[in-house]
Ligand binder design. Structure first.
Ligand SMILES: NC(=O)c1ccc[n+]([C@@H]2O[C@H](COP(=O)([O-])OP(=O)(O)OC[C@H]3O[C@@H](n4cnc5c(N)ncnc54)[C@H](OP(=O)(O)O)[C@@H]3O)[C@@H](O)[C@H]2O)c1
Length: 293
């Protein structure tokens, strides 16, 4: 069994990105620039955004963190997004989700210019993804594809089972794995909370992508010998013995499933780190597109 170490794979992606930025700077070009909007003070969101900003610095990008209180109006947020859309020195815009209840996620996502949609959530980006056109791929599925590439995991002709059909992970993941490209060409079954016989379906899987947000959900009896397991889940589970009072748990029961698998991502240290690699790659691509126009 092989551990698919997100730290290793992400480091290799970031090394290539940094080398590209170094060349830009040697040629007196400006740095790629990511603007991140964070609303309120949700602990997990704070951690994610801080890590995105830190990783931008590591590869030599510029980043701007724009913070708002929870009571910001939808209009104010949309107006900030318009301002960033019109700012030629900003290449990528991300709005950290979830948003406060009084703000429409759909409106916010649609307000971001598709040219700066480095999270890949805009309907234009999703439409292009479905049609196999060049676009910004949502960062988590993109990161998983980069990880599969890094570790030479064969997907062609395999049966991949994706558990979870969210717009940010499961659905785009199912599209990518079924698309005609080197990390695709799988036959994909997309499962959700209304899927009967989930265990039976999972037992037929060569690759399982678990993205449902239920810690330890995938058990050994759901996995066939030699399957590749991609655990997307990140849930904070209370634990008084942990320094922070919680531990991060994945959707896979790692201790049970790892010995049966041929390869498995750990949580933490797996997909989460690759998500940032995907975001950074999208940002550099947005910069390149921006420089051409
Ligand atoms: N590693 C990363 O970088 C990263 C990035 C994003 C998310 N995540 C994590 O990934 C997990 C999923 O995130 P998400 O945003 O995709 O979650 P989400 O929007 O809550 O979607 C969960 C999906 O799982 C399905 N589901 C729930 N219970 C199920 C069950 N018992 N059997 C089969 N399907 C079930 C739901 O089905 P219905 O559609 O029928 O409700 C839904 O499609 C979370 O733990 C999240 O924190 C990690």
């Amino acid at each position: 069994m092989k551990i698919l170490d997100g730290k290793l794979a992400a480091a290799s992606v970031k090394q290539i990105l940094k080398a590209e930025v170094d060349i830009l700077l040697q040629n007196n070009q400006r740095k790629p620039h990511l603007a991140a909007i964070l609303i309120g003070n949700n602990g997990a969101s704070e951690t994610y955004v801080a890590s995105k900003v830190k990783n931008c610095e590591e590869v030599g990008f510029e980043s701007s963190l724009i913070r708002f209180e929870n009571n910001i109006t939808e209009e104010q947020l949309l107006s900030k997004i318009t301002e960033l859309n019109n700012d030629n020195t900003v290449d990528g815009i991300l709005v950290q989700l979830p948003l406060p209840k009084h703000i429409s996620e759909a409106k916010v996502i649609e307000a971001i210019s598709p040219a700066k949609d480095v999270d890949g959530f805009h309907p234009v980006s999703v439409g292009k993804l479905v049609q196999g056109l060049q676009t910004f791929i949502p960062a988590t599925p993109y990161g998983i594809m980069l990880m599969l590439e890094h570790f030479n995991i064969e997907t062609k002709g395999k049966h991949a089972v994706v558990i979870g059909r969210s717009n940010i992970v499961g659905r785009p993941m199912s599209i990518l794995l079924s698309s005609n490209h080197p990390q695709g060409n799988s036959t994909v079954t997309l499962c959700h909370s209304h899927t009967p016989n989930l265990q039976e379906i999972c037992l037929q899987a060569d690759i399982i992508v678990a993205a449902l947000g239920k810690p330890g959900f995938v058990k050994a009896e759901m996995v066939k010998d030699g399957a590749v397991i991609i655990d997307v889940g990140i849930t904070r589970v209370e634990d008084a013995t942990a320094k922070k009072g919680f531990r991060i748990k994945g959707d896979v029961d790692f201790d049970e499933v790892a010995p049966k698998s041929s390869a498995i991502t750990p949580v933490p240290g797996g997909v989460g780190l690759m998500t940032i690699a995907g975001l950074l790659k999208n940002t550099l691509q947005a910069y390149k597109n921006n420089s051409v126009n």
